[in-house]
Design a protein around this ligand. Structure first.
Ligand code: NAD
Length: 354
């Protein structure tokens, strides 16, 4: 690929490559935009098939972080890191300390944290070489499992959607279909139960589904049947790409609201949902509780403050629905617009010489 051309087209600031043969480290850090603050984004450790796959992944994910942090109202830009390797076999203290030195060499322009394939223990190793790291274990001052805060944001997001569609944000009696009953769903379900919502759940993991039935009295369905369930909210809590040409015509709910990342298989599926009168809560807006939680580690971690800020996802969605209606664009596009505008405003503020 023509990297510099690609960077120019999507306005990336910096892409850095770093290898350390002794430590077995092959890594890339992409910094997309630091207008709002240092670029925050996790480390994806993955046995990529090619360098090109790793590069495309880190570029795509870094840009997505710019939008997520901007729309969440955080003083943070967007960045991401990849480490090429198998997280089950290739992790070591040396590898992560070496990666920590790579992060340190960027002088705080990039702050690292966990993502797929990396864990709090790895962040601890990194913290021995740089202070620009979050997602540490709780006993090291870390914020712990982000799913707790993410779930609260999804709950507030569902309420904002209900208000928009039904005129009331009460979820009492609403039928909510949860696709996946993992960490976020497990913390989300008690909020829904407390409001007397009716929960339908599925999971490919039998034990998870048993828990949903036992702990919250969910009605269980087979994984593929979840799209056909008669319900008020369809909530993707498992995988990306689940909103596509095959599934959208099957969805009966007037609302799609859940934490899974990259729910739209292609951008055009955002328009397709709108065309069918289904209100879509853009994924990176409704699942921002995780990054909001992590951002509080940069000062003094306070879960109540993180929850309070995450609760504002409700208002952000209200703003997005208003933009979508006023401009006749999908909620997915309206979310991008909101994120881009905040960056534009900050650019104007920052033009003076200090
Ligand atoms: P998780 O791995 O704990 O739970 C996902 C669940 O989905 C698992 O129980 C899994 O068995 C199930 N599943 C997988 N494929 C399925 C399928 N085809 N049908 C039904 N169930 C299936 O993950 P999580 O932390 O709960 O996150 C859920 C989603 O939210 C993910 O997409 C994640 O990237 C996203 N997300 C999570 C957070 C967070 O704080 N945990 C933050 C932002 C976004």
């Amino acid at each position: 690929m023509k990297l510099i051309e690609y960077m120019d087209r999507y306005e990336y600031e910096q892409v850095a490559f770093y290898t350390d043969r002794g430590a077995g480290l092959k890594s890339i850090i992409a910094i997309h935009d630091t207008t709002l603050g240092p670029a925050l984004g996790g480390i994806r450790m993955w046995p990529y098939n090619s360098e090109e796959d790793a590069l495309m992944d880190v570029l795509r994910l870094a840009r997505a972080m710019t939008y997520k942090s901007s729309a969440a109202g955080l003083p943070l830009g967007g960045g991401k890191a990849v480490i090429i390797g198998d997280p089950r076999k290739d992790k070591s203290e040396a590898l992560f300390r070496s990666f920590g030195r790579f992060v340190e060499s960027l002088g705080g322009r990039y702050i690292t944290t966990e993502d797929v394939g990396s864990a709090p223990q790895d962040m601890e190793w990194i913290s021995w070489e740089t202070t620009h790291v979050t997602g540490l274990p709780v006993n090291q001052g870390g914020s712990g499992d982000p799913s707790i805060v993410t779930a609260y944001g999804v709950y507030q997001g569902m309420k904002a959607c209900a208000k928009e569609v039904f005129g009331s944000d009460s979820l009492e009696g609403r039928r909510i279909a949860l696709q996946g009953f993992g960490k976020v769903s497990s913390y989300l379900a008690p909020y829904l139960k407390k409001e007397k919502a009716r929960i339908i759940a599925t999971d490919i993991n039998e034990a998870a589904l048993e828990r949903a039935k036992k702990e919250i009295g969910a009605t269980a369905v087979e994984p593929d049947r979840i799209y056909d369930v008669e319900c008020d909210i369809f909530s993707p809590n498992a995988l990306g790409g689940v909103l596509n040409d095959k599934t959208i015509p099957r969805i009966k709910a007037p609302i799609v609201a859940g934490p899974a990342n990259n729910q739209l298989l292609e951008d055009r599926h955002g328009e397709e949902l709108q065309r069918r009168g289904i209100l879509y809560a853009p994924d990176y807006i409704i699942n921002a509780g995780g990054v909001i939680n992590i951002s509080f580690e940069l000062t003094m971690y306070d879960q109540d403050a993180a929850m309070e800020k995450t609760g504002r996802i409700y208002n952000t969605l209200e703003q997005i629905f208003a933009i979508s209606k006023a401009e006749g664009i999908s909620t997915a596009k309206a979310a991008d617009r909101l994120a881009e505008e905040r960056i534009q405003h900050a650019r104007r503020v920052r033009h003076i010489y200090l």
